[in-house]
Design a protein around this ligand. Structure first.
Ligand code: SAH
Length: 395
């Protein structure tokens, strides 16, 4: 195929030789005329050698690399990448009769920058974060059908709010395939839930906490659990299966509380151990009784969405953890998270350390948590590590 061309400034190919998948605008020397945003371009070194092929976009990251081989980005390419992503998930036993919800494609982690695909039972939810992935959505959808076969019956495209605003693409959330008689319930480690890709946040459920929820389940027996920022209640129904004495779920969104109640109900009908509250986290923590919960989860939304927000975000994590430490009884356990990509695990740990020191609590780290294997981190792209968590024993 004939692709337009971008040439780098001298020596700007170094990071590409180490397979980093982004080309910043500052590295570009010249580009062909009339490049349209989202089109696939070939990239050459100043010396004229081919170095990569990827999606062109206007902005600080000008090319997102799809391949370091000189190959066509055609139906065969998309099938190869998706098949390899599926093979990884299959080979680690993630897809099984107890678990049919998982992330099939995690952007750079699956060598597909700008693309997310989550699977919930028979439905794939495809989300583009780059113009190029949006432009190629039909090719991706066809490859997905070819690779997944009968295992998926629906493909929902959900990129209205994830594409660059300036590109003005008018993307609509819609089924690209199927959409009739959709199986509504999916399974995570044997627990049922309703993923709400149409109205819910992100693709409808946070599959990235699967392993961390399993760990929580192990610590829940006989404990009083507070699941703060519960969203669809994932941690809550694991805690219940783990034998918690009581589970309280809190989220500021009443829609989230409705989803939590519904998900708890299908797993544990009429179980009086669970109650959910639509309230602000800080208000709830301020007024709750000291010692009310001996297992607390804090999984707030990303406090920092970009580098400029890091300082305030760290203050936010510190404040939140202080509010929890102040109320936790002796010998209690805290699961505390940050999903801000721009907050490093060291910085997050320091914020939690400060909160412990300020409240004078004796705290030990039991586990340092991250994202699960279906959210792999490309070793050449450390920016892909976004979820950080600590499990703390509070004396
Ligand atoms: N723990 C969840 C994911 C949390 S997402 C899971 O396992 O699926 C973050 C949630 O925080 C969202 O549902 C959002 O509605 C909620 N939220 C945001 N600000 C809040 C606040 N100030 N108080 C309580 N909840 C808040």
């Amino acid at each position: 195929m004939n692709y337009k061309k971008i040439t780098l400034k001298p020596k700007k190919e170094e990071s590409l030789k180490r397979f980093h998948p982004w080309i910043f605008s500052g590295a570009v020397q010249k580009k062909d005329d009339n490049l349209s945003e989202g089109e696939t371009v070939k990239v050459y070194t100043a010396g004229g050698d081919f170095i990569a092929i990827g999606h062109y976009q206007i902005g600080s990251i000008e090319v997102r690399v799809l391949s370091f081989e000189e190959e066509d980005i055609d139906a065969g390419f998309w099938q190869k990448r998706l098949a390899s992503a599926l093979e990884l998930r299959k080979s680690i036993g993630l897809i099984n009769p107890q678990n049919n919800s998982y992330r099939l494609v995690h952007g750079e982690g699956d060598l597909l920058p700008g693309l997310i695909i989550d699977i919930y039972a028979e439905t794939a939810v495809v989300q583009s974060h780059s113009v190029g992935m949006h432009e190629d959505r039909m090719a991706i959808c066809n490859a997905l059908k070819a690779v997944m076969g009968d295992d998926i019956k629906n493909i929902y495209y959900k990129s209205e709010t994830t594409l660059p605003y300036k590109a003005d693409l008018g993307a609509e959330n819609e089924y690209l395939y199927g959409g009739n008689d959709v199986k509504e319930i999916a399974l995570e480690n044997g627990l049922q839930f309703y993923p709400d890709w149409i109205k819910g946040q992100k693709t409808g459920f946070f599959v990235d906490q699967r392993d961390n929820r399993s760990l929580l389940e192990k610590y829940s027996k006989g404990r009083s659990v507070l699941n703060m920022f519960c969203y669809t209640g994932g941690f809550s129904f694991y805690a219940m299966r783990g034998g918690a004495k009581l589970v309280h779920s809190v989220d500021s969104s009443s829609k989230a509380i409705m989803l939590t109640n519904r998900n708890v109900e299908i797993n544990f009908p009429d179980d009086k151990r669970h109650e959910a509250f639509a309230e602000d986290a800080f208000k709830f923590l301020a007024k709750m009784d000291k010692g009310a919960y001996d297992l607390v989860i804090l999984d707030p939304p990303a406090f920092a969405k970009h580098r400029g927000a890091v300082k305030n975000a760290l203050q936010g994590y510190k404040r939140l953890n202080i509010a929890a430490f102040e109320k936790m009884p002796p010998n209690s356990i805290l699961f505390t998270f940050s999903c801000s990509q721009v907050i490093s695990k060291e910085a997050f740990r320091l914020a939690v350390f400060s909160a412990a020191a300020i409240t004078g609590r004796k705290v030990r780290i039991l586990h340092q948590l991250s994202q699960p294997a279906d959210h792999p981190i490309n070793i050449y792209h450390p920016e892909g590590e976004y979820l950080k968590g600590l499990v703390l024993y509070v004396e």
